[in-house]
Design a protein around this ligand. Sequence first.
Ligand SMILES: *[C@@H]1O[C@H](CO)[C@@H](O)[C@H](O)[C@H]1NC(C)=O
Ligand SMILES: *[C@@H]1O[C@H](CO)[C@@H](O)[C@H](O)[C@H]1NC(C)=O
Length: 362
Amino acid sequence: MAALLAIHTIAFAYLVSVASSAVAPGPVTYIFGDSMADVGNNNFFPQSLAKANYPWYGIDYSTKQPTGRFTNGRTIGDVMSAKFGVPPPPAYLSLSMNDDAILKGINFASGGAGILNETGSYFVQYLSFDAQISYFEKTKEVIKLRIGEAEAEKLCNDALYLIGLGSNDYINNFLQPFMADGQAYTHDEFIVLLNSTLNSQLMRLYGLGARKVVFNGIGPLGCIPSQRVKSGNGQCLHRVNQYVKEFNAQVTKLLMALNAALPGAQMILADSYPVVMELIDHPEKYGFKISTTSCCNVDSTVGGMCLPNSQLCANRRDYVFWDAYHTSDAANEIIANKMFADLSALTSGSAAPAPAPGPTSF
Ligand SMILES: *[C@@H]1O[C@H](CO)[C@@H](O)[C@H](O)[C@H]1NC(C)=O
Ligand SMILES: *[C@@H]1O[C@H](CO)[C@@H](O)[C@H](O)[C@H]1NC(C)=O
């Protein structure tokens, strides 16, 4: 119960700062993740097989150009940044360490990445979560040189860390018959491995100054088009959805344990599962027509990306899914808005919210 209260308090402090972001500049944000959050890091890898820098990606982005985002327009993170009143943080590999951008927020996310190093290894070039944290570590050294040790520590303590990883540990690892982990582990064992690896990674980030962490839980992977085709009749894979629900539950416990053990840690789970499931179950309520197949019509167990020779759907706004893995711009907007509103709802029930934990809020 105490842990639950702590989570409410954090969410409250978070909203207070968001509400005031119209006047204050938005938070410095460091983003870690996979293809859901990548804004162009993989474009810098000539050999990477996890890229989205070609048409039709970006067709509904403001520039109408492919950017490396794995969707037709904005990512969930893009919509969230707009709510914070800041531009989306740039891709780490697009920056020079002399850029002032490194003091304002960076996106380290890389398509194909997972919590485990071996996840996504067949994409050849990408940044695993460990590699993303190592780049953040390098960045912090540069920040120290730029603004001094004490200021750098404060900047890192006050920054917001948005992390979205885990989907590829299932889709591009555990559920792939040709990857070793699916053979070596039962799901119970695999989740212990994910949990303990994530524990070390979050401790490492904490050691580098991260305090305010939002971990995005995994969505209903069993219902994405690339998984539905495996059912033979287009149904969601119930077993896969059970796996990711279990993962989200264990990560919630992990974050609570870290908050209890590490002074100043404020780590919360943003549970996208019910939000995405709602769109899939009731597409028409949100202006969609189809939530079971992708606009690019590339639903298969191999490939699944929207290649230049794909035949797009007539109306992209009708589809929850853009390609066989990734949600559309229209879906991302609704998911981001709903996750934001859910954070508010979480706090509205408490009659007398506790004061924000510490002088800075998140
Ligand atoms: C994962 O790779 C990193 C290097 O990127 C290495 O430091 C780390 O020890 C590896 N972790 C495991 C569990 O093998
Ligand atoms: C995950 O870690 C948390 C915190 O240490 C622990 O409470 C939970 O039991 C762990 N879950 C698994 C499946 O290892």
